[in-house]
Write a protein that binds this ligand. Structure first.
Ligand code: C5P
Length: 232
């Protein structure tokens, strides 16, 4: 899969999601289904969007003991999503177990990527709440390297970290990056943001874009603008 724009479908219901996507007549955007939508609608929404021809990033961020994550990943693998994810802080053993669970008997599997440190966690919270005292950039890179060691395909990270992750883990190691805004757009609650064009320049493989598309007056035009800037 090449560079692409993934729309974060952060809607409360399947109906809202389908209504939103029905505006796309010519293209079938890659979509991200997060916890809110998945917990509201269950696997049915994944099957529905798959049947409509969308590629799917199932963003459930698993984190538990290795055996539980392995079994849960085997279930997600049966849904035939394109990308799923977990927390790198669950350890290398957990990530290896996840990969095992995800791999089907014929050897195929969805891509598996890891969340390093959430972008809502800053240096102060990491030190005070988690007792992690290394600089956050080092922690992100270390977790990315752990993901690589476990055999994962990439990480979710800030676009601003994409180049460092590629330098440390290789050009083929995927960087999937939220925190994207148009130069003339609203930043909202995101702190470290980049434009689609800048994310391309830094080397993101996929950008995850929510409100700049979902809350736009013309979502299809906003999506096309993202694709034009990012994929070119
Ligand atoms: O609306 P917005 O473009 O900010 O949406 C970004 C999406 O990426 C949301 O679904 C958010 O949960 C997700 N995300 C993020 N930062 C992370 C991981 C995921 O913004 N570190």
């Amino acid at each position: 899969m090449g560079r692409d724009v993934i729309i974060a479908c952060d809607f409360a219901s399947g109906q809202q999601t389908l209504d939103f996507l029905s505006a796309f007549k010519e293209e079938k955007p890659f979509v991200k289904i997060g916890m809110e939508l998945f917990y509201a609608e269950g696997p049915a929404i994944v099957r529905e969007l798959k049947a409509r021809g969308h590629k799917i990033f199932l963003d459930l961020k698993l984190h538990d003991i290795p055996n539980t994550v392995k079994k849960a990943m085997a279930v997600l693998s049966g849904l035939d999503v394109d990308i799923c994810n977990l927390h790198a802080s669950g350890t290398i053993a957990m990530m290896e177990a996840a990969l095992e669970g995800l791999t089907r008997s014929d050897g195929t599997r969805p891509l598996l990527i890891a969340v390093t440190q959430l972008t809502s966690t800053d240096q102060e919270r990491m030190e005070k709440d988690l007792l992690i005292h290394a600089p956050i950039d080092e922690v992100v890179l270390h977790y990315a390297q752990n993901a690589k060691t476990a055999g994962l395909d990439g990480v979710v990270c800030s676009p601003l970290e994409a180049r460092k992750v590629h330098d440390a883990c290789g050009a083929d190691f995927l960087t999937v990056t939220p925190g994207v805004r148009f130069a003339d757009g609203d930043v909202g609650d995101q702190k470290r943001v980049t434009t689609p064009a800048k994310a391309k320049e830094i080397g993101s493989d996929y950008i995850v874009v929510g409100r700049p598309i979902t809350a736009a007056a013309d979502p299809v035009a906003a999506y096309r603008r993202c694709v034009e800037e990012f994929v070119g």
